[in-house]
Design a protein around this ligand. Structure first.
Ligand SMILES: Cc1cc2nc3c(=O)[nH]c(=O)nc-3n(C[C@H](O)[C@H](O)[C@H](O)COP(=O)(O)OP(=O)(O)OC[C@H]3O[C@@H](n4cnc5c(N)ncnc54)[C@H](O)[C@@H]3O)c2cc1C
Length: 565
């Protein structure tokens, strides 16, 4: 079973408690049922019921408290955090979002040297509190350098906080709102804690029309003491970015969960619908779209799992996760959109029906690429790694699958955020030589030509400054580490090679599509255009493989899962 199926949850856990958390969460949603899930969504009901369930089971406490701040029975273990992400994403963005912003809110706390704040956070988690992360501001968006939230030092050594934050999840109920700003009159960054219950914390509104509370709050002469300060100066800045590194990873899983649920729903519907005397699943284009969605979903999942292995094994000497993580954010979430687009073309009008999970997924899957830095911000980040990744590999010990019950405390001491372009990677060719498959071979040839283009027809100084051009080059480059990690995980999971070659079928097509995009940029040179033409390749045609994937893996999922109503 590659795709998650709540009714056949067989994932390995190193302890019984982790399995219980997942099973109870699945049971919570299946007992609630689709009808109630949709009603709450349509009436925009705050998910008190879910928060109460998590509080009763101490889920946030158990999953999000590093062991040294608890009774020792909790841990921040990304093996199980992955799974929890996928499960709640499977039942909808709202449930996932309140958990996600709690993770973001906790980031600056666990990263801080303020032990009192950490002890407070742990005890709040124990009683089921949620947390919030106040980074974004209405006027500054992605430009967090320009924050206008300030702390003004007072004569008695305290501070007064003034300013507003916008698009802040859980801002309505978080006892600890990690808030980012500057010391007034300086360029010194600061992270401090505010509490939504304080009189000087003015909750203005929910900025969205949703079950989620994505709030605007204003602090007006809000009193702050040193006990509320989490970090100052470069440390505060690094903690903001390092928190986003932790949170970004989860976005991909929300996308996988939602798209998987939508996939089952679409397949169940299409396979039963008979038009002109044939089932919709018998139309050749429908078959193609299902196979493509399935291959994309499996690829997303393989990539996501392998990225966690690198994150869990990271250290100050191994920061490869800093490339794999933004790819998880930008690539996996946009692939989720792609899967929904394909499925929606199949189920057409059904995708609008109010009783479907699909209707919710189609709307909400769009959010994920836009949170925690847009796709563009993340590609701009990814590009920094291109040179070393493609041309300057280094030796690293092999990273095994990390399903052990470790506490991933390195995530809270990631260190300075500088020096990304200096990070080296193990040779991607190792993964590419694990298999000998026709479409993989074509993709390998595309990579060789791509590298040749980067050397012999490199981007001019003007093109390098043109982010539009660089985004397309970034998309092309991204496919290489994306393929590398999914290949590594395919080996670990002993994935059937027919699925793997089907995955490389879409990778070859996607790479060709980006090559065409680059070819057609206004600034592309003759030489670059010539290379782009060489980069546009047709995948290998193998009807036997294609039909076998359909029968053995895709159509076989028909009727395998339907949410309790
Ligand atoms: C539902 C929702 C929930 C959210 N929850 C939170 C939360 O809990 N806490 C929080 O702090 N924030 C939160 N946010 C804010 C979110 O992180 C921001 O939306 C995001 O940082 C981008 O800001 P923006 O949407 O205002 O885009 P803008 O800043 O207006 O950017 C517009 C465009 O400019 C371009 N751009 C900007 N910078 C760059 C760059 N460096 N490189 C390349 N292109 C660039 C991109 O093309 C981008 O699309 C949330 C947002 C939403 C919609």
């Amino acid at each position: 079973m590659i795709l998650f199926n709540p009714k056949k949850h067989e994932r390995y856990y190193p302890d019984e408690e982790s399995r219980e958390i997942m099973q109870k969460t699945i049971a919570f949603f299946e007992n609630k049922g689709l009808h109630s899930l949709k009603k709450d969504d349509q009436e925009r009901i705050w998910y008190r019921e879910f928060l109460d369930f998590m509080a009763k089971e101490e889920i946030l406490y158990k999953l999000l408290t590093p062991s040294k701040y608890s009774d020792g029975k909790t841990r921040w273990d990304m093996w199980r955090i992955q799974q929890f992400n996928e499960i709640i994403g499977f039942y909808g963005l709202p449930y996932w979002y309140t958990w996600q912003v709690t993770i973001l809110g906790l980031g600056p706390i666990w990263m801080s040297e303020n032990e009192e704040a950490k002890a407070k956070a742990a005890s709040l988690l124990k009683t089921g509190s949620i947390f919030a992360f106040g980074l974004s501001e209405r006027d500054h968006g992605a430009d967090v350098y320009s924050t206008s939230m300030t702390l003004s030092p007072q004569a008695d050594g305290t501070y007064l906080a003034n300013g507003s934050k916008y698009y802040i999840g859980n801002a309505n109920e978080a006892d600890m709102v990690s808030t980012f700003g500057k010391i007034k009159g300086t360029d010194e960054y600061v992270f401090f804690i505010a509490n939504y219950k304080h009189n000087s914390y003015n909750l203005v509104k929910n900025t969205v029309n949703s079950q989620n509370y994505v709030g605007e709050y204003i602090l007006e002469d809000y009193p702050i003491t040193d006990a509320d300060i989490l970090a100052r100066g470069p440390q505060a800045w690094d903690n903001a970015l390092n928190t986003v590194n932790v949170g970004k990873y989860n976005l991909g899983w929300a996308s996988i969960g939602m798209a998987t649920h939508a996939f089952y729903e679409a397949l169940n519907h299409a396979s039963k619908r008979n038009l002109y005397g044939m089932f919709v699943t018998d139309f050749p284009h429908v078959k193609r779209m299902f196979i493509d969605s399935y291959a994309r979903l499996v690829a997303m999942k393989l990539y996501a799992g392998r990225t966690a292995d690198y994150m869990r094994s990271a250290s100050l000497d191994d920061r490869r996760y800093l490339l794999f993580d933004p790819i998880m954010k930008m690539k996996v979430t946009t692939q989720g959109e792609e899967v929904i687009n394909l499925l929606w073309d199949i189920i057409a009008a059904k995708g609008f029906e109010k009783d479907t999970f699909f209707e919710m997924a189609a709307r909400d899957i769009r959010a994920l690429p836009k949170l925690e830095g847009t796709v563009h911000v993340n590609i701009a980040l990814i590009i920094k790694f291109l040179q070393n990744y493609l041309f300057n590999p280094a030796e690293y010990p092999e990273i095994p699958q990390r399903s052990d019950a470790a506490d991933d405390e390195f995530l809270f001491r990631q260190g300075p955020t500088r020096g990304l372009a200096k990070i080296q990677f193990h040779d991607y060719n190792n993964a590419f030589s694990l298999y000998n498959l026709p479409n993989l071979k074509i993709f390998k040839e595309q990579i060789v030509t791509f590298k040749e283009m980067l050397i012999k027809a490199s981007a001019s100084k003007e093109q390098m400054k043109d982010i539009d051009v660089m985004l397309t080059i970034g998309e092309m480059f991204t496919l290489v580490p994306y393929a590398q990690l999914l290949l590594e995980n395919a080996k670990i999971y002993k994935l059937d090679e027919i699925i793997l070659d089907q995955i490389f079928d879409f990778i070859v097509r996607d790479f060709s599509k980006f090559a065409l995009e680059l070819h057609n940029k206004p600034s592309s040179t003759e030489k670059q255009m010539e290379y782009c033409r060489k980069l546009m390749r047709k995948p290998n045609v193998d009807n036997e493989r294609y039909n076998a994937v359909w029968t053995k893996y895709v159509y076989a999922l028909n009727g395998e899962y339907e949410m309790n109503y």
